[in-house]
Design a protein around this ligand. Structure first.
Ligand SMILES: [Fe+2]
Length: 194
């Protein structure tokens, strides 16, 4: 029998897990891990990635944010923090995470990295600073769950050139992603993948 992915059920399961106190982060991780283990089931529920908005909000409240996020080919995001725990699962494509260390003067320096491939999940603590790249020529499709209100919580991003902190600007990130997506759509007709 084929597995069915229902995004409302996924959100409800994440919310239930998020209310389990100390174990919330790992409980959500387990749910995301199970979801991304059947990419074809998620694909049946969402639009083709190349036609999708880069970010679709599935749930947003003070306790939890659940997003469907698509990285176009060559996406390269600013380093940023979340100020809340996060779970990221990749169900198609590849996402390279670069992690950073804080320096005393507010700047950051690259520390280590982790590549997420299909079916991979990473659980990030609330202190984590990372940047994300899709170095491939294909679209990457992911599920993101955050342990709080992702959009109104004050956050920081860091300049790519100087590693200096600046207040996070969602519009700049969105514009950057949309520009990358537009280039990718030109190179790869919607619905077709190399
Ligand atoms: Fe992030």
């Amino acid at each position: 029998m084929s597995v069915v992915f229902d995004k409302d059920r996924f959100v409800t399961d994440c919310l239930t897990a998020a209310r389990t106190g100390q174990g919330a982060h790992s409980a959500v991780r387990d749910i995301v891990e199970l979801a991304v283990s059947t990419p074809e089931a998620i694909e049946a529920e969402v639009r083709p990635w190349s036609e999708s908005p880069m970010m679709t909000i599935w749930h947003r409240s003070d306790e939890l944010t659940v997003l469907h996020v698509v990285w176009p080919p060559n996406a390269d995001l600013f380093a940023h923090d979340h100020n809340m725990w996060a779970v990221i699962g990749v169900y198609r494509g590849r996402e390279d995470n670069q992690f950073y260390r804080h320096l005393p003067d507010g700047r950051i320096e690259p520390h280590n990295g982790k590549t997420l491939l299909e079916n991979d999940v990473v659980a990030l603590g609330s202190e984590v600073v990372h940047s994300v790249r899709n170095p491939t020529r294909d679209w990457t499709a992911t599920l993101h769950v955050y342990g709080g209100e992702f959009f109104t919580t004050p956050r920081t991003m860091w300049s790519k050139d100087t590693f200096q902190p600046v207040p996070l600007d969602p519009e700049l990130i969105k514009a950057n992603l949309e520009a990358t997506a537009a280039k990718a759509r030109l190179a790869d007709r919607p619905g077709e993948r190399p």
